[in-house]
Design a protein around this ligand. Structure first.
Ligand code: HEC
Length: 251
């Protein structure tokens, strides 16, 4: 009996389509070259050093780009999120007359930051198209998201009491970019995910709008975006948006 179960398991493992290697890369997989980081250092010196300092350590209100806090802010995000923050916003308060920084320069600057964080170089340059497939993680690997993170999760909405709306069978929350709009692709991906094991109480959804309420979503599979608040025995999400994924749970 045990043997047949094992055989079935092995067989199904063999037939599960392997994710392409590109989908599982992290910043520890040698995702940029030393030459690229050297170019990045030059562009960084011109555009960023005066605030963040040559060694990335930061100064005054310009934070360190290689500290423990930096890692905590960015872990479990794809590199694309960091790139998307830097490109429009850094240096801050640019005007029409400020020097233009090309995407290629921003990309090189990003690799200088990667090098400064001791992520190892590799054989191929980092390209823009790869940014959303490379995760920022600690060397030990991914770990649960810190409280306060903006997240996405999908699950089944139940009303447990008059004031208690809880998402059950919810998927492990993933980081969501703060300004991101939910895309149809994200919803399709969320809808096809199997149920998870998490449970979140949904709170503060009245911020969505004075007329918003969760009743129309009761018993449905929904995707929730919001701020994760971790508490012993009662994880909450301060909801910023809700999308219906399926008209009934278990679909
Ligand atoms: C005029 C000073 C100044 C310059 C120049 C500047 N920054 Fe910043 N940077 C800041 C300040 C201040 C913050 C924090 C406040 C904020 O987010 O606006 C910041 C925040 C950041 C953050 C977010 C850090 C975190 O932990 O969330 C990154 C990344 C960053 N800067 C990268 C860059 C890069 C790359 C350049 C060059 C292209 C650059 N900055 C140029 C002042 C500057």
């Amino acid at each position: 009996m045990i043997y047949t179960t094992l055989a079935v398991l092995l067989l199904s493992a063999a037939t599960v389509p392997q994710q392409p290697a590109a989908a599982r890369r992290t910043v520890w997989d040698g995702v940029y070259t030393t030459a690229q980081a050297e170019r990045g250092q030059a562009a960084y010196t011109t555009n960023c050093s005066r605030c963040h300092m040559d060694n990335l350590a930061g100064k005054g209100t310009a934070p360190s780009l290689k500290s423990e806090k930096f890692m905590e802010d960015w872990r479990e995000y794809p590199l694309e999120s960091l790139f998307t923050l830097i490109r429009p916003d850094m240096p801050p308060r640019r005007t029409e007359d400020s020097p233009r920084i090309s995407d290629a320069d921003y990309l090189d600057i990003l690799t200088y930051i990667l090098q400064g964080n001791a992520f190892p170089p590799g054989n191929a340059e980092l390209g823009i198209e790869a940014l959303n497939r490379i995760q920022i993680v600690r060397k030990e690997g991914p770990s649960p998201l810190p409280s306060g993170s903006m997240v996405l999760t999908a699950g089944c909405l139940l009303q447990l009491s008059e004031t208690n709306w809880t998402l059950i069978d919810a998927s492990e929350p993933v980081r969501a970019a703060i300004l991101d709009r939910t895309t149809p692709e994200q919803l399709r991906a969320a809808a096809s995910m199997p149920p998870g094991y998490q449970k979140f109480r949904l709170v503060n959804y009245d911020y969505i709008g004075p007329d918003f309420n969760l009743e129309p979503y009761m018993g449905q599979k929904i995707q929730v975006r919001g701020y994760l608040i971790r508490q012993p025995d009662a994880e909450r999400i301060n909801v910023t948006s809700v999308d219906r994924l399926a008209p009934a749970c278990g679909q």
